[in-house]
Structures are given as structure tokens and as C-alpha cells.
Design a protein around this ligand. Sequence first.
Ligand code: NOJ
Length: 525
Amino acid sequence: MPELTWWQRGVIYQVYPRSFQDSNGDGIGDLAGVGARLEYLAALGVDAVWISPIYPSPMADFGYDVADYCNIDPIFGTLDDFQQLLDRAHALGLKVLLDFVPNHSSERHAWFEESRSSRDNPKRDWYLWRDPAPDGGPPNNWLSRMGGSAWQWDAHTGQYYYHAFLREQPDLNWRNPEVRRAMDEVLRFWLARGVDGFRVDVLWLLIKDAQFRDNPPNPAFTPGEPEHHRLLQTYTEDQPEVHEIVRSMRATLDEYGERVLIGEIYLPVPQLMRYYGASGDGANMPFNFQLLNAAWNAAGIGRIICDYDRALPEHAWPNWVLGNHDNPRVASRLGAAQARVAAVLLLTLRGTPTLYYGDEIGMTDSAIAPEQVRDPAELRQPGIGQGRDPERTPMQWDSSLPNAGFTSGRPWLPVNSTTSVASQSDDASSMLSLHRRLLSIRRSYAALVDGSIEHVTANGNVLTYERRSGTQRLLIALNMSAADAAVYLPPGIVLLSTIPGRDSGPITEGVDCLAGGEALIVRLG
Ligand code: NOJ
């Protein structure tokens, strides 16, 4: 087995910077705040910090509308603050990944301001401009992922522009070589400063059909779903030409040594696999989001693990994601007990885990009152469960009132202060202690990092699998229900149980009983 690189051995931790730690009392997290919490992250035992966008932005989509790709928004700090954060992280042995948002810019980006200024502006073709349909309406039926037509009329130049998300987020034209060069320079700007890699926003959306054909209707659409689900995304996502772009991003990163390219891609596994590149020259890790909405049962999760492992091209490195800023939190999806089981799963599967901030203390989705809603996805498509504020509330650091140590000011989203890092720190049975132990076991047992995954077996509500490296063998047993369950265990030593108080130590071969919500790591042999 070739020596693994840091992003294969490591655990990634996602920071949503608005919500992590405020240092100046404006109620919004910032880079100085992240910097002040780096020791916490290093002690937790993660290896890399991915920071969601921190670039200058009108914040229509909270930073995913970038007005300048090579600077820092004053809300978050300055380029100097970023450099300090990066240096400090590196000194602590932590890598730092940025969010690269190439599919669309803000409408306030200088490129778009030029592009919309006239039809013959040199940057006109940097975005997707089309004439109206004969009836004056949008050029085709493409729908925005934030509701309504994806085409916005521009009266000044008499054309429509395309936006996959908000109209404040015009899509760039990745068929234009100048756009590609400009974006390549953006990557180099940050790589030269020492950034360790990128999570690339909506990588599978970069290229659209050259003929702008109508998307076909989705026969499986059911009312109540987001509006864009009415159509299959045949001509607006996963176009074959995208792979060439991924390859060229990867080639740029490779010039800078061991950096990592991660793609945000929501696609079924067979299509997802293509983003590794035909010869492993694509994304290092196309995010594997299957655990975000999988039905939580042993047989189903077992199947996901096996099918994914089988589908991986040779040399492709797996990865697993349990939460992020666009999806309900794991503790709310599964409940507190099964969130502990899920933590064991995430941190013992084969591949790089990505952990969402706050999940390590079991943060739950917060109830957001109508007047507190901030997310444009909720504001523009109310009431259909698209809002992402609940999973973006401030990190809960301590029991100080009213804002749990996040800010001395008024937080941009309400703080849900039912639990905190401080309250869990000295409690051996807490979610935080469970994560610390899991991360420490990962560091101590090579089988969890470079080992194979074998014997994935679902038996009733119990999922078991083995991780193996050389002579080291670990058995993982997960009771994915609230009821006790019998499991056959070979002789070994229990390294960890999610049930507080269960003795660790030797077990003899035979049928054992897993309590409801119990997960075990057993060292075999
Ligand atoms: C995916 C990001 O994760 C999400 O938060 C954002 O709204 C869209 N891309 C648009 O950039």
C-alpha cells in the first residue's frame, strides 16, 4: 500500500465562519474568532479545517455570492488576518481548505458589472447571456435552485442572464477560455499563500448544454418538492465537458505539491465516480453525501458501504460526509442516541471523514421563528423545508448567557444554548468525549486509516464490519435501533462503546447483547 497523504489519513472539520466564533461583538463569526479556536480543533484531533466562503460578498447567499475571489470580506477580517490564521493552523499541524465558488459570482463582481454594461463589452461572454424567446419570455425552461426561472431579464442590454441559484449569483461561462484562465489565477493566488486545498462549490454544475435545450419534465416530481425538481437536470448539470475542467483544476493544484481538491457533487454513485478522473487525474475526493439522507437501517447502510466501495475506481480514495451547512443536522435527523452511533460509523469507515462544526457536541437544528429567517432558500421558497438556518446557528462554546460564548453582541442567528463544549468537556459520557476518543483511536489504529473494510454484514438492526491492516483487526458493531440486539462477537478487547459505563476490556467469544443505540469498537485477536 503506497504511503497515504495527509488528506487520506486525516479528518476534515467544516467551519461555517459566520457561526463559529465572533471576536468583535458584531454578532457574526470572523477569522480572528476561528484563530482563537484552533487549539480546540487541534486538541479535538481533527487534521484539516475547511472554511466556507470568506471572500468579499454582498452576502445574498452568505458568501456563496463572491464579489472578489482574491480578498477577504471585512466582516471576516483582512488578508493579513487570513495569513495569520493559516500560519497559526500550520504551526498546530492543521491544514486549511478554502471554499472555491467558480460556478457563479456575485452580480456585484467587477466581471459581471462589466459584462452587463453592454452587449459588446469584452466580458459579455464571461456570463451566460441569451436573447428572449419569441414571446419575449425566458430563452428556455431552465429553473433556478432557489425557485422560479433561472433566467433574469436585463432591460439595459435586452437579454437574459442565467443563474442556477439566486439572480444575485449569475453563472459564469466556463466554455470561455478567459474565464478559465482567470479562475486558474484565483486558485494560484491562494495556493501561493499556502492554502492546502479547496472544496469546490457545485462542481457538477459548471458546464451547461451548449445548445441551451429545454430540460425534460421529471416524471417523479411530487408537489411540495422544490420547484426545480419539476424538471430533470439533463442539460444543466453533469455535462461531459466538465471533466476536462476538473482535470485542469487538479493539474494546477498538483503543481503546488500535496494539496487537495474536493468536489461538492450531489450525483448518484456511478456518475460521482467519474469525477475522480479517468486516470485518477480529477478531484481527489468527490464528496460522498450518501449518509446525509440515507434511510437509517443496518441493511441499507451496509448496502451503501459495499456498493460505494465496489464502485470506487482503482486508486480512488473514499470519503464520507455526515453533515454540512445545507442539510439538517445529524442529531436532528437521527436523534441523540443514533447520532452517537453515526459518529462511530463516520469515524471508522474506510475513507476521509468530514465532520460539520457542532456535530461533535450533538448540536441540533434550531427552531427559527419566521422573523429570524435569514436564508434566501427559505425566504424565496417558504415552507417547503428548504431553509438552512436551523443547521447554521452559532457554535455553543460555554454556558454563558445569552450567547454561549459565541458573541458578546447580538448573534446573526439565535443561539441554541442547551449544551456546550464547556459543559461536555469533563463529562466522560458526552458526545464531545465520544468524538475525542474516536479521533484518538483513529490515530492509534492504522487499520482505521489505511485498512481494508471487510465482512460488512447486516443482521437485523445490527451492522458489523471489520477494518484490517496487516495483522491488526478491528470489529465495528453498530446497533442502529433503540432496542437491545444480540450480536456474535469473536474474542477481543473492547476499545470503545457509545453506552456510558459499559466496561471496556476483554470479551470472550460468543453472543453478546448490544444495548439500544450501542456501538462498539473491538480489537480482535
Ligand atoms: C452549494 C453551497 O453549499 C450552498 O450553501 C450554496 O447556496 C450553493 N452552492 C450556491 O453557491
